[in-house]
Design a protein around this ligand. Sequence first.
Ligand code: EPU
Length: 432
Amino acid sequence: MTGLTKDKLVIDGGVPLYGEVRISGAKNAALPLLAATLLAPGEHVLHNVPDLRDTRTMLQLLESLGAHWERQGDTVRVNTETLTSAEAPYDLVKTMRASVLVLGPLLSRMGYARVSLPGGCAIGARPIDYHLKGFEVLGVHSALDQGYVEAKVADRLKGGCIRFGTPSPTATENLLMASVCAAGETRIENAAREPEVGNLVDMLNAMGANIEGKDSNCLIVHGVERLHATTVSVIPDRIETGTYMIAVAACGGKVLLKDCVPDHLQALSEKLQLCGLVIEAGASDMLVYCPEGERGSECALQSIDVVTQPYPGFPTDLQAQFMALMTLSKDTAIIHETIFENRFMHVAELARMGADITIEGSRAVVRGSGRGGLSGAPVMATDLRASASLVIAALAARGRTEIFRIYHLERGYEKMAEKLRGLGARISRQRE
Ligand code: EPU
């Protein structure tokens, strides 16, 4: 894994994208689903699990708790018959915040968990107070000890009413997993409605849980005595899908995105259509292209404002990529980030490629310089989605871009260079 840190991406831009690309399973669904295997002893089978740095970290974490697993293609079998530890160590949590997702299942199954507190991360402070306050409602006593959250429950967890200040996907998932076997009823209000939460609800119900309100902002959990192992499929990655849609808008061309869920991308699709992209959605695929001869260079991009919101609003995880696109538009776009306070790390790197962006608090004012307005440069990836925005900028820029620290990209995009090469992009991975 550490070897990845030495790779860079080299991209010669200006090539329209043509062909087909298969969308992988969603990172942010696979992580809670893998954590949920801890809830019930036995062999769980997960299909469509993307092979990413983050899913490997989660599997390593499950292994450190005593689980065994094996991967065959995109199917992962996790055996959680015997757990030998209830501790998520700092070394793993520091590389992946989503490690905190083991807290809920460990509390449910073992009545105890010790999980390193995630520190700040590149996109903001990102507290876990909602998780801890929610656990308290369920009867958990937690305390901080040497950088670790130590959480215990005296007897069985008991149901209660939890209301989040803003919808948080991982807090909703953690509380769902903690409450499925609690005594009585648990209500989770202002719950996150992201499709990844729905994927977890389906898995938990298939394990024997009784959860109502899937896809709504109020989830009601009727506690059951026990759960059993199950088989589940990870939903397609809507952020990967959106990233490729934006790449086509930026470069021009015509691409069929296969094995995706167009319904999960409504907010982005509306914006991209206003920009000038044509989108033909099927049941599980989407054809996206630029009109006018399908060559990006021939169709001017409209400048469109966006405000990031919890699902079904415009996703914060596509904000950086959309900003890269707006640097190629013909006018000025305002991008307002409302979820995270520090998610503009890509701005300085895009500026190195010629982008004209001013930050005003939580808003970015992007003055597009039209197609052909960016030029290649050496740039540094700073976090996962910032890295994806640099890839999009590089694909559309004149000349060569080198992107360093691509290990960020490998946390969340399966075979990105290979997939883009399959669409005709001139992209290669080289030793730094
Ligand atoms: N929040 C709190 N207190 C908490 C938890 C959250 O105030 O205890 C607030 C945050 O400050 C923020 C909002 O709730 O305003 C949501 O943030 P949170 O940190 O809870 O997000 P998350 O559930 O941990 C997931 C995705 C992120 C994605 C966000 C928002 C996973 C593993 N991660 O994080 O994905 O940006 O939801 O949609 O599901 C990514 O994939 O690149 C990524 C960062």
